[in-house]
Design a protein around this ligand. Structure first.
Ligand SMILES: [Mg+2]
Length: 235
């Protein structure tokens, strides 16, 4: 068995439940915009998602640059006002900063902090995220050696770029010496597995393994169990 040297982690839905955070941040940011430019029509959530998809088809880089995508959405709203161009730009930036602050208002799952603190004593730790949360803005960030987000590598997991970039941070590190932990069957588990990285599935809702393309991975549903799980399988 290979000795593990590096463990990488997904963030959203792996360290915290992201959906309520994004919904609250989204709605609060709409209120913030309306305070500046008056009442707006936002449509339903599915309208909003298809609008995002339209923007992505116009500019495919929005797929991995969600900061630019989000700013574009605010910019388009603000464009219709008679504010000066300078004011439109500064308000767009303020909206994004307002959103980003609320987007970090997350509740870590029970046991994450202790698990990460313990694992950091034996392994290098890194973050691989398709989202735009910054692990270093949290106290737990002090246990991590690096963080790679989609904008850094211009692609999203399950593409290999996040994983390759992580491996290349260490001279002579091999994929077999990496464990990647994440909630997403394809983006995290299959993506890592494709390169020979050892995947661990955070299956917080006790779902059945949905992917036929690879066999059911090692999994856990409680962060208080993860250090033992890694000891059992990789030490
Ligand atoms: Mg995730």
């Amino acid at each position: 068995m290979n000795r593990i040297k590096l463990i990488t982690f997904d963030l959203d839905d792996t360290f915290w439940d992201i959906s309520p955070v994004i919904i609250k941040a989204e709605l609060s940011t709409r209120d913030f915009i309306e305070k500046h430019i008056g009442k707006q029509e936002w449509g339903s959530m599915s309208d909003f998602l298809s609008y995002r998809q339209d923007l992505i088809s116009q500019d495919p880089s929005f797929e991995w640059d969600i900061k630019a995508l989000r700013k574009k959405i605010y910019e388009n709203k603000i464009q219709s006002t008679d504010l000066s161009d300078d004011k439109k730009i500064s308000l767009t930036n303020e909206c994004y900063e307002f959103f980003l602050k609320l987007r970090h208002d997350v509740n870590f799952y029970d046991g994450v902090y202790m698990a990460i603190e313990r694992l950091s004593k034996n392994y290098s730790l890194g973050v691989l995220t398709n989202g735009n949360a910054d692990i270093f803005s949290f106290e737990i960030g002090k246990f991590f050696d690096f963080s790679i987000s989609s904008v850094d590598v211009k692609s999203n997991k399950p593409d290999k770029a996040h994983f390759v970039e992580a491996k290349n941070k260490y001279k002579d590190l091999r994929y077999e010496e990496i464990v990647h932990i994440g909630d997403h069957p394809v983006n995290d588990v299959v993506g890592a597995s494709n390169l020979g990285i050892n995947p661990i599935w955070f299956n917080g809702n006790d779902k059945d393994w949905p992917e036929g393309s690879i066999s059911e991975p090692i999994q856990f549903n409680d962060w208080n169990k993860v250090t033992k799980l890694i000891e059992e399988h990789y030490e």
